[in-house]
Design a protein around this ligand. Structure first.
Ligand code: SF4
Length: 286
């Protein structure tokens, strides 16, 4: 019998690598345990992503104006996670400024190769897939006269990003491999577009760095597949706690399941839902 491939996104793999208890709550428990309240920084990030997806992926060139962006953010805004209405409105304005600044020099006729594009590829043991914020197709830098792809990921957290962040991101490397497979174009370039500073942290992969990321992904997938197999044998609560132990760390302050996890709360008390707007949130490789 052929072995069934383990199906995963980068987020799923990284959740398993970071904390097996969180993985159990997120992907295995049914019904899924209730999450904590919404985070304001996720509201900001979600709306910014939605607007940029509309701008590059759905709107015709004639609609791509600053007024349309302002209106889209105003009508699509949500108050989830903010301290109060005043803070929500302040961040609506700040988000609008961020997006307008980012788009200031963009060509309204520019058509990316993909927007919120799902890509995937299989290895001998895993089926890995994910959704890319934007895939650009640009003139190839090797002088061949052809084109190449660039993987673009929008970031809205406070911490400025570096080329090392782009190079070491498992998700971005898997997107490169998925884009090559699905779109059948050369691709080495990964870019983190950091809207709060309007900067781009870019890196180029080579075959060795992609192979390293793929090996890491496969190793995590193998362990997760074994853990899921164990889960399906039917575990008592004590056995489940042993098989999926907590990994307390500073990240616990931002965990959606912290209220179910005394070990995590002891290490890092849960933050206010709006705290990341003021403090740098941890690096989340999603
Ligand atoms: S609070 Fe921390 S240890 Fe507990 S489930 Fe969340 S990430 Fe894991």
């Amino acid at each position: 019998m052929p072995t069934r491939l383990f199906v995963a996104t980068p987020t799923k793999l990284l959740t398993f690598a970071d904390c097996k208890r969180k993985y159990r709550f997120t992907y295995l428990e049914s019904p899924r345990p209730p999450k904590g309240p919404a985070w304001a920084h996720n509201t900001v990030g979600g709306i910014v992503h939605e607007v940029l997806a509309d701008f590059f992926g759905r709107w015709p060139a004639a609609q791509r104006t600053p007024d349309a962006v302002v209106e889209r953010i105003r009508t699509g805004w949500r108050n989830e996670g903010f301290r109060d209405e005043a803070q929500s409105l302040e961040w609506r304005d700040r988000s609008t400024d961020m997006v307008l600044t980012y788009l200031r020099d963009s060509d309204p006729y520019y058509e990316p190769r993909g927007v919120e594009r799902t890509v995937g590829f299989t290895t001998e043991r895993a089926s890995l897939r994910g959704r890319i914020d934007r895939v650009d197709e640009r003139p190839a830098r090797d002088g061949s006269g052809g084109t190449e792809l660039a993987i673009v990921d929008y970031k809205t957290g406070r911490r400025p990003l570096t080329p090392t962040d782009a190079r070491t991101s498992l998700a971005m490397a898997l997107y490169v491999l998925g884009a090559r497979r699905v779109l059948r174009r050369p691709c080495t370039r990964v870019e983190l577009h950091h809207l709060p500073t309007n900067t781009v942290a870019a890196a180029d992969h080579d075959e060795a760095s992609l192979a390293r990321h793929q090996s890491r992904a496969e190793a995590i997938a193998d362990d997760a597949a074994k853990a899921e197999h164990h889960w399906k044998t039917g575990l008592t609560p004590t056995q489940a706690d042993e098989a999926f132990p907590p990994t307390p760390s500073p990240l616990c302050a931002w965990c959606d399941y912290a209220k179910l996890c005394p070990q995590g709360r002891r290490v890092a008390p849960t933050k206010n839902p709006w705290a990341a707007l003021e403090d740098p949130e941890p690096t989340l490789d999603d």
